[in-house]
Design a protein around this ligand. Structure first.
Ligand code: AMP
Length: 344
């Protein structure tokens, strides 16, 4: 009934352009996850496209964004030949929507209302235009996880409450109907599983008090993966630093400098503390900026070349075979639940 191997599930929304922060903080850890666990675990890597439309977006760009993000995963090192990795688009498997509806019928308005992520997001959007789907998305996320019996769901802090909701829903249905659904591991174990990369927060180059984001209001602070490499290097050279005059790796007193060290470290695949030691006490900020700019320029050139050379036919084959296989698994789970509640 359940998968033989433990299932690890991870997804990244394809809303807008990816930047250095989302690449280093989300995409690279997902690729690393495959390297670390492929073989002994099943990796479900999916594009949560139904989640993309919970807030207004440029709808005409969604299709091309989905394809571009998938290609970026491959350029970032995802091995699509690996048979224990399944790569799929959520909306191509209708069981996600169907199970979400049934789970909705067992979710209390009270518990859904306690989701902090919804409160924060809806406050940002302004209450008049917040969609019911945004309120409901943790339940869809529960369906995303439960359909495949995933036990490991490495997520950032903002999503941990949704893992707890998923566990509550699975246990609620199991208590009522017998062993129906696999309950994912509790969040403390998830945090351990996700490892150190989850803590990574790349800051804006122009405003290092804030995290780098895709916001268009801060183009000088954000490095897009599609930026011209030479332009990106210029952004680093004009990054905001401080007037301390000597380099210390300390985000409290020198967020700009520390951010540059962190970027240099991750792009060199080395621990930040090790890189920081080499720069500690030096007084030339320009030298550090130059080192980061050179590294970034080389990284972007190489990444963009790989992106241009992604084999689209192989990607489409992988999507087709993964989606067929996952549709079968998802439909089995859905049928069990439909049967339990009397719909079949
Ligand atoms: P977003 O693009 O904001 O929807 O974020 C998508 C994913 O990228 C989330 O898992 C974030 O934690 C991660 N992410 C976004 N911005 C950054 C950043 N500046 N540093 C590290 N990770 C980030």
């Amino acid at each position: 009934m359940y998968a033989m191997k433990e299932v690890v599930l991870t997804g990244l929304r394809a809303n807008g352009e990816l930047h250095l922060g989302s690449y280093l903080g989300a995409m690279l850890p997902m690729v690393a996850l495959q390297k670390e666990h492929a073989g002994d675990r099943q990796i479900n890597m999916f594009v949560p496209d139904l989640h993309s439309i919970t807030t207004p977006i440029e709808y005409t760009e969604l299709q091309s964004n989905i394809l571009r993000n998938l290609k970026m995963f491959i350029a970032a090192g995802l091995d699509i030949a690996d048979e224990s990795t399944y790569l799929y688009r959520q909306s191509q498997i209708s069981a996600h929507s169907e199970l979400a509806w049934i789970l909705d019928c067992f979710t209390y308005v009270g518990e859904a209302s306690r989701m902090v992520e919804f409160k924060e997001k809806s406050e940002r959007i302004g209450n008049d235009t917040v969609s019911v789907a945004l309120f409901n998305y943790p339940v869809l996320m529960a369906a995303d996880i439960l359909l495949y019996g995933a036990v490991w769901v490495p997520v950032g802090e903002d999503q941990r409450q949704h893992i707890e909701l998923t566990r509550d829903l699975a246990q609620r249905l199991n208590n009522k109907f017998g062993e129906l659904l696999v309950v994912p591991h509790e969040t403390s174990k998830q945090v351990e599983f996700a490892g150190r990369d989850q803590a990574l927060r790349i800051r804006s180059l122009s405003n290092p008090e804030q995290k780098m984001s895709k916001s268009i209001s801060d183009p000088r602070g954000t490095i897009l993966l599609t930026d011209d490499p030479a332009d990106a290097a210029k952004k680093v050279m004009s990054a905001t630093t401080d007037s301390v005059g000597a380099i210390h790796y300390d985000f409290k007193t020198q967020p700009g400098i520390s951010n540059l060290i962190q970027i240099l470290a991750v792009l060199s695949d080395r621990p930040a503390l090790e890189v920081a030691k080499e720069w500690e006490g030096k007084t030339s900020y320009g030298e550090l900026k130059q080192a980061v700019a050179d590294k970034l320029q080389a990284f972007l050139s190489e990444f963009q070349t790989k992106l241009a050379n992604v084999d689209e036919a192989a990607l489409n084959d992988k999507l087709a075979s993964s989606e067929a296989a996952m549709r079968t698994v998802a439909n089995e789970t859905l049928l069990r639940v439909q049967t339990a509640v009397g719909l079949r």
